[in-house]
Design a binder for this molecule. Structure first.
Ligand code: CO8
Length: 257
């Protein structure tokens, strides 16, 4: 498919995806979701892609869902628009490779929701986060009401959703919404450094960490621990990744995955 909004670059197994719709502050329209669905489908088939970084072009990461596209929708169309975005973000979240948000600027409304569907977030000091929906007479529609409280706790989520306060990267770090804050000119360098660090680890182990943590988060501790033990065991045995990793440690050499 021809991509107009998503710009991609693949090097050393790291796929960098830049959202490029500058005239609307990279707001998310139907075309974005069509392109992202297609890209997720391609990534699933492409073994060369080991990790993905999502960022935004210019001064915005994503300034929300496209308000101009939403304004005249009726109830059914509003629900459908919400479900479309939820499905795309969920498939991104369930990708079996890590997905990092490199937040360069405004991450508002659907933009902040997109960052929350990623595995973790690195932010530039210029990043701004907020859920302005209630000011538009709306609520988040891409599962932000669900992910924000899971990531930051009920009080922080309800505070941000009710006040619509826009917070900077350092405040986002304090509530656990972002994991690292760097100077703007260092953002992509840092995101790539982290991506390469992750890619250098056991590839099966990385996939399993994501799977077990994400699935386990929705389970009881006992069920999650049982899932962990099962996946832990699957990394052992002849020709396994675990055998190679542990042998490499004992032989004081780098593992060959
Ligand atoms: N949708 C459509 N267009 C947008 C959006 C948006 N979310 N954000 C900015 N734009 C457009 C502006 O209309 C403007 O267009 P034009 O040049 O044609 O007038 C252009 O981008 C530049 O924007 P500004 O002139 O406003 O730029 P500033 O630097 O002054 O301000 C801001 C930047 C602060 C980002 C400001 O543009 C802003 O507040 N944007 C809206 C932020 C917002 O409210 N986002 C939430 C949207 S609702 C949402 O995301 C709900 C998600 C769930 C939906 C589920 C489906 C139903």
């Amino acid at each position: 498919m021809e991509y107009n909004i998503l710009k991609t670059d693949l090097s050393f197994g790291v796929l960098t995806v830049t959202i490029n719709r500058i005239k609307a502050m990279n707001a998310l329209n139907t075309r974005f979701f069509i392109e992202m669905d297609s890209l997720v489908g391609e990534i699933k088939e492409n073994k060369e892609v080991k990790i993905m970084i999502i960022t935004g072009e210019d001064k915005s990461f994503v300034a929300g869902a496209d308000i101009a596209e939403m304004v005249n929708k009726n109830c059914e169309e509003g629900t459908a628009f919400s479900r479309m975005g939820q499905n795309t973000f969920r498939s991104l979240e369930l990708l079996n490779i890590p997905v990092i948000a490199a937040v360069n600027g405004f991450a508002l409304g659907g933009g902040m929701e997109l960052t929350m569907a990623c595995d973790f977030r690195i932010a530039s000091t210029k990043a701004k986060f907020g859920q302005p929906e209630v000011g538009l007479g709306l609520i988040p529609g891409y599962a932000g009401t669900q992910r924000l409280s899971r990531l930051t706790g009920l009080g922080n989520a309800l505070y941000l959703l009710m006040t619509t306060d826009i917070i900077d990267a350092k405040s986002a770090l304090l509530i656990g919404l972002v994991q690292k804050v760097v100077e703007p000119e260092m953002l992509m360098e840092e995101a790539l450094k982290i991506a390469k660090q992750i890619v250098s680890k056991g590839p099966q182990a990385i996939k399993k960490v994501k799977q077990v943590v994400r699935k386990g988060y929705e389970m009881s501790l006992e069920d999650g621990a049982a899932l962990e033990a099962e996946h832990f065991g699957s990394l052992f045995g002849d020709n396994s990744e675990g055998r190679e990793g542990m042998k490499a440690f004992l032989e004081k050499r780098k593992p060959e995955w």
